[in-house]
Design a protein around this ligand. Structure first.
Ligand code: BES
Ligand code: MN
Ligand code: ZN
Length: 503
């Protein structure tokens, strides 16, 4: 759609964007006093009288300047009804704006929505930030794997700016967060014959090399054995591409006393065939994205280091493996002894995510002295049944951490919904021959079983939140600023906003 969107304060803008709300009764939208002051020649006021101009959300009305030489235009964006208007809606409204800019081939956009938002007593910064995120998401390159048989459409490089400092600040932050989410989306999109654990590790290193305050360490091969990371070893055994624990560290330029590390854990299965409990029918398709928890965490680390810059250290742990099949594959009936001494009977090799996450959670508790741990994982099909693609499942019994996550969800628009943890769910996971099993024979409370399993690997007293993102990490169709069939980069913005509370 767009090639790039960069903030820049040049003089001339080809397109100036203003916002209007739908009239409360019937009739045409009215111009707020601030935008009216900008409307020197009355052209916006006139355009609002056109019958097609209703101010409905996403509606665009174009005004072409009345001089033969000029290509300057004003674009009136409908914001919908004032009552119930939410700043976050600009995230989705970026899509029609980007399509318009792209069709026009314009290279500059002035965003002057502050009049409308302040007339509605809304937060202009928040609205501009959401718009910046959406515009950045519209620059995501869906053509990376197109070849000679496709002619790709031209994508304009766009400079955005504003005369309003609040809008400018919001746009800058939003563009940065959107760019970080796009990093996650690209990792997700990369096919599994390229994106294997080794490739993912290299990408993490490349991103860290070009980002200040990030560094990467890989735990692989013999080190996995030395550290007792048996989940990764077993799940990754059948693949030509060996498993790896990717540790990314953000060191704040100035650390605030009393703030210990936050640990972000990401399930990073570069392919999930199901293993010997092989996925049948259409269920294997799309499993290149079984690393989207890790991708979201990498995106968050990028946003943390480039935009948020919190004053606490942050450690990311990506448990990466490929769940494949060979004579060396782990099997149903195997028993795995984890680093913390918990033994697990494998009942289904397709419940692999929890096994690699168990390693990362043990590592986090033993080695990182975390203030809190958040994991993100495409863990269960059951969470898709429960919550669809509207909310991620959240399990968090620590009130303070949960409140922070919920605030971050509110700020980022990456929604979470709490589901319960309870001893009875943990009991569902007991095994006859080992301590626990990885997949219970009963389908009951399916997404909760995953969380209950993970709870065996978090030390008492360490605040922990599990996010099951299997329903929200990608969309089949087009949705807002997300092109058809692309990842949402879920977690990048949510976790960045979580750390923003420690900035
Ligand atoms: N990666 C899948 C979960 C998944 C399903 C992600 C759909 C995205 C979309 C996970 O490893 C898996 O296979 N889960 C099984 C667990 C079962 C075998 C206990 C599931 O949910 O069916
Ligand atoms: Mn699986
Ligand atoms: Zn999986």
């Amino acid at each position: 759609m767009l090639k790039s969107v960069k903030f820049g304060s040049g003089r001339m803008f080809e397109v100036t964007l203003v916002g209007v709300f739908e009239a409360s009764g019937s009739g045409n939208p009215r111009l707020d006093q601030y935008t009216k002051a900008m409307d020197k020649d009355g052209a916006i006021g006139d355009a609002l009288k056109r019958p097609e101009c209703r101010g409905k959300a996403g509606e665009l009305t174009e005004i072409i300047a009345d001089t033969a030489k000029s290509t300057r235009r004003t674009l009136i964006l409908g914001l919908g009804k004032k009552t119930g208007f939410c700043e976050r809606s600009l995230h989705d409204l970026a899509a029609p704006i980007a399509r318009y800019i792209s069709r026009l081939g314009a290279n500059s956009l002035a965003v002057e929505i502050g009049g409308a938002t302040s007339s509605a007593k809304k937060d202009t910064y928040r609205a501009a930030r959401a718009l910046g995120e959406g515009l950045a998401l519209m620059t995501f390159d869906t053509g990376e794997f197109k070849g000679k048989a496709t002619t790709l459409a031209e994508r304009p490089a766009v400079r955005v700016g504003s005369s309003d400092p609040e809008v400018a600040d919001g746009l800058k932050v939003g563009l940065g967060l959107g760019a970080s989410a796009n990093l996650a989306r690209r990792l997700s999109q990369t096919p599994p014959n390229i994106c294997n654990p080794g490739w993912l590790a290299k990408e993490a290193k490349r991103i860290a090399r070009t980002t200040e305050n990030l560094s990467v360490r890989l735990i692989q091969g013999k080190q996995l054995e030395d550290e007792g990371l048996e989940g990764l070893i077993n799940v990754g055994k059948a693949s030509e591409s060996p498993p790896v624990l990717i540790r990314i560290e953000y060191k704040p330029a100035s650390r605030k006393r009393g703030l210990g590390p936050a640990v972000l854990v990401g399930k990073s299965m570069t392919y999930d065939s199901g293993g010997l409990s092989i996925k049948t029918g259409g269920f294997m398709r799309g499993m290149k994205r079984d690393m989207d928890g890790g991708a979201g965490v990498i995106g968050a680390m990028h946003a943390i280091a480039t935009v948020i810059k919190p004053r606490r250290p942050v450690v990311a742990l990506l448990a990466s493996a490929e769940n494949s099949i060979s004579d060396e594959a782990y099997r149903p009936d195997d028993v795995i002894t984890f680093r913390n001494g918990v033994t697990c009977e494998v009942t289904n090799t397709d419940a692999e995510g929890r096994l690699v996450l168990a390693d990362a959670l043990c590592w986090a508790c033993d080695k990182e002295k975390p203030d809190y741990i958040v994991d993100a994982a495409t863990l269960t099909g059951g969470v898709v049944t429960a919550l669809g693609s509207t909310f991620a499942g959240m399990w968090c019994d620590d009130d303070k951490l949960r409140a922070k996550i919920e605030r971050a969800a509110e700020a980022s628009g990456e929604r979470v919904w709490r589901l319960p943890l309870h001893q009875e769910y943990k009991d569902l996971m007991r095994s006859d021959i080992a301590d626990i099993l990885n997949s219970s024979a009963v389908r009951a409370a399916h997404p909760i079983q995953g969380a209950a399993f993970l709870a065996y690997f978090v030390k008492e007293g360490i605040p922990w939140c599990h996010l099951d993102i299997a329903g929200v990490h990608a969309h089949d169709g087009e949705k807002g600023p997300y092109a058809k069939g692309t990842s949402t980069g879920f977690g990048a913005r949510l976790l960045a906003d979580l750390l923003d509370q420690d900035a």
